[in-house]
Design a protein around this ligand. Structure first.
Ligand code: OAD
Length: 259
């Protein structure tokens, strides 16, 4: 295929998609680390991914935390510092605009960075929790399930539970832990939609990746936006291979262009 043919196919697909999005359809979106890459937040997999430098079993499991809470908290504190100095990018902003404009809109994110919320997206489902929430490690009866704490940097590491003064842990879901029952229920319910986007996710971590398959089974028109091919690429109806911020901006331009 020549470059002209590729460009014209991309243009045709973008126009087709914008036309669909103009109709009053139910839109659900699953995002992953790739949406925040343009904000300077490292992804987990790929050449520059965090899991190239660190082992998930040393930093993202309850066992790892219990073995070395200071090490795990230092890693989360470093990530919090990185996130707090980053800004939502054009991709986050386009999705925030859609959350206002589209009547039936649902965004599920695997990201714990809070950038969708900072861009103004309403009703974000935080599939893997939030790096800005803490929980009591021992689930002491006085503490709520989680509480907001955006102190950067922490006064001391590891931070403690303000209720029992025992260890606090990050309010995120680690490998080997179950997704909160209500979050899972809401996310599965969101797969009952007309259009389902998977944006910037490697689509290999379940149960999040399974939402794409579920949406397809429910009859949704499925779309992937990713710089690379993923296991979802062959499953979806339309795959855009490029940076999320750029592709979302191109869709948005078509949506807002006068017919
Ligand atoms: P990954 O790091 O696994 O995948 C990020 C995806 O984004 C890859 O497929 C990249 O090709 C793509 N990508 C990178 N830059 C992009 C860009 N500018 N535009 C579009 N796509 C881009 O991140 P997730 O799929 O979110 O879980 O990972 C899922 C879960 O695995 C995370 O929530 C985390 C991780 O381990 C836990 O920590 C429990």
């Amino acid at each position: 295929m020549s470059l002209r043919e590729v460009t014209s196919e991309l243009d045709g697909n973008l126009n087709r998609l914008a036309e669909k999005l103009r109709s009053n359809l139910r839109i659900s979106i699953l995002t992953g680390a790739g949406i925040s890459a343009a904000s300077g937040i490292p992804t987990f997999r790929g050449q520059e991914g965090l899991w190239k430098k660190y082992r998930p079993e040393d930093l993202a499991t309850l066992d790892a935390f219990d073995t070395n809470p200071v090490l795990v908290w230092k890693w989360y504190a470093w990530r919090r510092e990185r996130i707090v100095t980053s800004q939502p990018n054009r991709g986050h902003h386009v999705l925030a605009t859609w959350s206002e404009r589209i009547n039936s809109f649902c965004l599920i994110t695997q990201n714990v960075d809070g950038l969708h919320e900072r861009a103004g997206t309403h009703g974000v489902i935080r599939f893997h929790g939030s790096i800005w929430e803490l929980q009591c490690r021992n689930k002491c009866p006085e503490s709520p399930d989680s509480w907001w704490d955006d102190t950067v940097p922490f006064r001391s590491i590891p931070p403690t539970c303000p209720y029992c003064h025992g260890l606090a842990r990050p309010g995120v879901t680690w490998f080997g832990e179950s997704i909160d029952h209500e979050i899972l229920r809401q996310s599965l319910s969101a797969t009952d939609c007309d259009i389902f986007f998977a944006i910037g996710t490697s689509a290999i971590v379940n149960p999040a990746a399974n939402l794409i398959r579920q949406a397809k089974q429910n009859g949704a028109f499925t779309i992937e936006i990713n710089v690379d091919a993923t296991p979802a690429s062959d499953l979806v109806d339309l795959a855009f291979h490029g940076p999320a911020a750029t592709i979302l901006e191109q869709i948005e331009q078509r949506l807002t262009r006068c017919p």
